[in-house]
Write a protein that binds this ligand. Sequence first.
Ligand code: NI
Length: 173
Amino acid sequence: MSLRPILLHPDPRLKRVADPVQAVTSEVRQLAADMLETMYEAPGIGLAAPQVGVGLRLLVMDCAKREDAPPRPMVLINPEIVWSSEATRSYEEGCLSIPEHYAEIVRPAEVRVRWTGLDGAEAETHFAGLWATCVQHEIDHLNGRLFIDYLTPLRRQLITRKMQKLKRELARA
Ligand code: NI
């Protein structure tokens, strides 16, 4: 396994619609393993392939947050939301591609997601709570959408300008 660099907003690769994974190859398994390691190291609770510069519909997450809870890594290939609750949930979201910026985002409180596992088998999972928020945030990444896209244009521009400044500073360092 190896860590992969996480792309920082703004980056055109974060705005593209990712392509479906055609087959679970050893390359795809390697990508998933690297992404999990990168996510835990960051640390974060979710990471989508476009964030490491790979335009494929694959995401990893682990929202087992309590310190005494055992890790629960999930790898979702070609995930698709097949049902969303009318009830909503507001959560202060962040993103590894937009470090140190957070905003309350309102999303359906529960979703049902159809996905393919690393074993190639199809599964369907009902997500609630933080898992539901996280899986929707990560699926958005596969569609080139960031959480700041839910904010007003003014607030989005403010964050984008700060990120551009941060990237210039990092490039100089
Ligand atoms: Ni994100």
